[in-house]
Design a protein around this ligand. Structure first.
Ligand code: GLU
Length: 528
């Protein structure tokens, strides 16, 4: 493996290099896979976090392995209360639940770093004893001076490793005096690249860029790097799949494995996700929080398809089909992951959600679930206005919800669209009926509405469909000397308050006879 990694790394031709990486990856055999998603509970689960959790989940499923959730909460100053629980709930909702986690348990726990302090304390002793780590007594003030000095010289600040050379007796004395200290890893030169299962061989001689990193802070809390490596080892993680922003830290982690004498896991880094304009995604971007997407009516499948569509990792994927989690896992192939950073086209999320609504409507059970979801959305959105509607029961029935969903499935990208102003008429009488721009009717609007009312009333139930209704409306228009576009515009306004919208026959068919009549009566009252 080492030889091969070096060989690929030395290859001067980029194309040959890429092919060699692909070949290597397609041959790689992964057994007893254990992967982890290791977020810091500093806020809501966002799209980037979900992407990492998802690829870990898919990789585990694809290889019959285990995925676990580990909460990395060693930086106590950045914690958000209840964030860890909310994170796990979101993974459950997104249909990618971990096999082992703080809530589910498992035999490699605890799965929360703040509950593992004892393990870190034990393990730091190993490194102090074998001499790969040392106590550093440098004060905050000295560190600050080093920083300022470097900045003055326009250099990147780094620790000068002073305490590496501190004589043992001196260190003991300082400790006796109660001088606070942290514990650092002694970096050493790295001579060979490591194999990134996504990016191919990566070489980064970290000692040239950084001072010895802190493993244990003076308050006794481990740093991310230390806790992460100790936990990955103790939890028997075989593959680390994480964002590419951690790739520069991997050599440091590999040095830590070496210091312990442990076999490191394999590493695979996932490319950056950027906004459409190329800017970096921020965890604070509320529109990309999974909880918000959920609230806006996006389904787990739509979100998962959106994320994997950007990230790649699938062979022969049909872009016009929403794959279920199982299908995604079946088709997943790490060697097909994209390496270039990807830009989010949020419109595509709408597209996938529309495809997913259509998929759900092909399945009776899921149709009912969707209808129930829509029902509670309508109830909460139109609560007051529904209470005085005579047809309330009918409007709120699941049958009606299904009818509306089936009719609107090519017009909406989320069920939340159905409670927007474009669809208000489907549930309640319109707020206002804009008469401006309507064609004058010599016989008067009231007479026209009376004719319409009578005709709709007389339409037999088994003919209450868009073709027949549109034919009848046209005929009435003719009787009042109105051309088709003019009468359609009038009726559309009367039943929906909209100047533009779906064909009138369709609107009437979806509303049904009773509600169409109520809408026309309402228009008559308002207009006359
Ligand atoms: N706690 C780190 C994070 O917040 C985990 C990085 C890793 O997966 O190693 O992303």
């Amino acid at each position: 493996m080492k030889f091969l990694t070096q060989l690929i790394y030395d290859q001067p031709c980029l194309r040959v290099k890429r092919s060699l990486v692909q070949f290597f990856l397609s041959r790689a055999h992964h057994s007893n896979v254990r992967v982890r998603f290791a977020p810091s509970p500093t806020g809501h689960l966002h799209l980037g976090g979900l992407r990492t959790a998802l690829y870990n989940f898919l990789f585990a499923r694809a290889h019959g392995g285990v995925s676990l959730l580990r909460i990395e909460d060693t930086d106590q100053s950045r914690l958000v209360p209840k964030a860890a629980e909310a994170l796990e709930d979101m993974l459950q909702w997104a249909k990618i639940p971990p096999d082992e986690s703080p809530m589910t348990g498992g035999n490699k726990g605890p799965y929360v770093q703040s509950l593992r302090s004892k393990l870190y304390q034990e393990h730091i002793q190993t490194l102090l004893k074998n001499g790969t780590a040392y106590k550093c007594f440098c004060s905050e003030m000295r560190m600050e001076l080093l920083r300022k000095d470097a900045l003055r010289r326009r250099e990147v600040p780094k620790y000068d490793n002073k305490c590496r050379k501190l004589p043992q007796a001196k260190a003991e004395e300082l400790e006796r005096q109660g001088v606070p200290y942290c514990i650092r890893l002694q970096l050493e030169h790295i001579n060979e690249p490591f194999m990134d299962l996504v990016y191919g061989p990566i070489f980064h001689d970290i000692i040239q860029f950084e001072g010895d990193p802190v493993l244990m802070k003076s308050d006794g809390f481990p740093t991310y790097h230390f806790a992460n490596v100790v936990d990955d080892h103790l939890m028997e993680i075989t593959h680390v799949l994480r964002g590419v922003e951690w790739q520069v830290s991997t050599p440091k982690h590999l040095l830590l494995y070496k210091a312990f004498g442990w076999e490191p896991p394999q590493f695979a880094h996932l490319p950056l996700i950027k906004n459409k304009d190329g800017s970096k995604l921020s965890k604070r971007q509320g529109d990309l929080h999974i909880a918000n997407l959920r609230k806006q009516g996006y389904s787990p499948e739509a979100i998962l398809n959106f994320v994997t569509d950007i990230g790649g990792g699938f062979e022969d994927r049909d872009q016009n089909r929403v794959l279920t989690v199982d299908e995604l896992a079946d088709k997943f192939n790490l060697s097909r992951l994209n390496t270039h950073s990807c830009r989010l086209e949020v419109e595509k999320l709408g597209y996938f959600n529309q495809l997913d609504i259509q998929r759900q409507l092909r399945n009776d059970h899921e149709t009912l679930q969707l209808a129930t979801q829509l029902q509670s959305l309508v109830k909460s959105e139109f609560k007051e206005r529904l209470s005085d509607s005579v047809a309330q029961e009918k409007i709120l029935s699941l049958d009606y919800m299904v009818k509306v969903l089936q009719w609107s499935q090519t017009r909406i990208t989320s069920i939340a669209d159905l409670v927007s102003s474009k669809f208000t008429y489907v549930w309640v009488v319109p707020d206002n009926l804009p008469l401006q721009g309507l064609p004058p009717v010599a016989s008067g609007y009231a007479t026209l509405l009376n004719d319409l009312l009578r005709n709709v009333e007389e339409t037999p139930d088994n003919y209450f469909n868009k073709e027949e209704l549109s034919r009848r409306v046209k005929m009435i228009g003719k009787g009042h000397k109105l051309k088709t576009p003019a009468i359609m515009k009038f009726v559309r306004m009367a039943i929906s308050g909209l100047q533009e919208g779906p064909p009138v026959g369709e609107m009437m068919e979806v509303l049904g006879k009773e509600t169409t009549l109520l809408r026309l009566q309402h228009a008559k009252q308002v207009i006359s």
